[in-house]
Ligand binder design. Structure first.
Ligand code: ADP
Length: 426
């Protein structure tokens, strides 16, 4: 099959090619290059961080790390997309139990499949049959990756995690070129593979493309006994750290072989989602901590002491809420918690939960002002909305984490509320 085989029918469905029996997944294609570029730019503009997950060779747990990294970030309250560009062997659909999922289109764009708080896209969703083989050469792969970025309506994302096939071929190269700037790459290896040239090639590839190596993960490092939970180093563990040091790149951590990880993958249940209390899940968390720090590196400590200075207005804090916690999507919350504060005693004196009016520009600031709110603690908010709140005399704290309102207020009053990046400020 060659590039000319692209039938370009404009439907997000796959086609069986009678000549070769392979499947070509057709997704809408743009007609005008400049327009395409504009759409791509616009889509990428709405994605704050793009991270590529690579490995020197297959079977080292790269897709497992990518999927669990994406879920951990989502559990940390971030808006996350997971893009599987492993065109010949997509494993993300199986890993998330989405083998039967098919994408929908809306307004000429493909909608990613939503699962476990993630927006997911994979060539697997476009194949007619699970076991169909995709036979594409380099340029076609670049085309389909471009369409994954351009024609998929990802919306606003804090992170797009890209699971690339093993090695340093067309796919990671296309991602780096098309989605530039990519924040960096995570290289996954196993204790047996650290000494191989494959891993070093991945790091060299990143250097050649000026792509920062965010770090090396040593997966399958030690074995967790399913009975007693003890970790035994069945292979020489720790080589990943030495190799990372020798190559001058960060080491993100070790993840043991845990039968529960393999089982979770087989069952299509993301491990960190279903086994969050285990030592292995904690190992995943340690690995993602530096990745989260990319977003939060400009974290600041918010303190209330500038709020009502010199005024007699009693402090009232408003927090957008979904499922009992701060809602990261300011305009899409179910309710607002309104908390009356005794500033001297640093205490909540009254709490109300109110349904907000429909989200229209300018409505919420006026409504919250009418409720007597003097401070709003939010996850993310566009700068226009922030200005409207300021005009209504309401102080805005953005970038707060998805916690219960009482926790956030206590931290705010103590001056310990850590507010990270404003997730909506594009
Ligand atoms: P890759 O993407 O590198 O080809 P996968 O993520 O598909 O590798 O993982 C290969 C297999 O290894 C899968 O069956 C997965 O469940 C299993 N696996 C990955 N990491 C672990 C781990 N830490 N413990 C146990 N099994 C694992």
């Amino acid at each position: 099959m060659t590039k000319d085989d692209n039938c370009g029918c404009g439907h997000a469905q796959s086609h069986k090619h009678t000549a070769c029996g392979a499947t070509q997944a057709a997704i809408p294609s743009g007609s005008n290059d400049t327009l395409d570029e504009m759409v791509l730019k616009e889509r990428l503009h709405r994605i704050r961080h793009k991270i590529l997950v690579m490995s020197g060779k297959g079977g080292v747990g790269k897709s497992t790390v990518a999927a669990n990294l994406a879920i951990s970030l989502s559990l940390a309250g971030k808006r996350v997309g997971l893009l599987d560009v492993d065109i010949h062997g997509p494993s993300i659909p199986k890993m998330l139990h989405l083998e039967d999922a098919h994408v929908q289109t809306k307004d000429g764009a493909i909608l990613p499949v939503e699962h476990a708080g993630l927006k997911v896209m994979s060539i697997g969703f476009l194949l007619q049959e699970r076991d169909d083989a995709v036979i594409w050469r380099g340029p076609m792969k670049a085309t389909v990756i471009k369409q994954f970025l351009q024609d998929v309506n990802w919306g606003d994302l804090d992170y797009l995690i890209v699971d690339s096939p093993p090695g340093t071929g067309d796919e990671p190269l296309s991602v780096c070129q098309l989605a530039a700037p990519v924040d960096g790459a995570i290289v996954v290896t196993t204790p047996q593979d650290v000494a191989t040239a494959d891993v070093r090639k991945s790091i060299t590839f990143c250097r050649q493309l000026d792509l920062p190596v965010l770090g090396v993960v040593e997966n399958m490092s030690g074995f967790v006994c399913p009975t007693c939970g003890t970790v035994t180093d069945i292979f020489m563990a720790g080589g990943g750290e030495l190799m990372a040091k020798a190559m001058g790149v960060p080491f993100l951590g070790r993840i043991p072989i845990d039968p529960a990880v393999g089982q979770a993958c087989d069952d299509g249940k993301p491990f960190v989602y279903h086994h969050s209390q285990t030592e292995t899940a904690k190992a995943f968390e340690r690995v993602i901590a530096p990745i989260l720090a990319i977003c939060c590196k400009i974290a600041t400590h918010e303190s209330p002491n500038t709020t009502n200075e010199g005024t007699n207005t009693p402090m009232k804090i408003a927090i957008p809420i979904a499922e009992g916690k701060l809602c990261m999507h300011f305009g899409h919350c179910d309710q607002f918690a309104l908390l009356d504060i005794d500033e001297k005693a640093k205490k909540i004196t009254k709490k109300q939960m109110l349904m907000p009016p429909p989200h229209e520009p300018g409505v919420l600031p006026r409504w919250l002002h009418a409720q007597g709110a003097t401070v709003i603690i939010a996850g993310g908010m566009g700068s226009r909305a922030q200005n409207l709140f300021a005009e209504n005399g309401i102080k805005v704290v953005v970038g707060a984490p998805a916690e219960a309102p009482e926790t956030l207020v206590a931290q705010y009053l103590e001056g310990t509320l850590v507010s990270g990046t404003n997730v909506c400020d594009h």
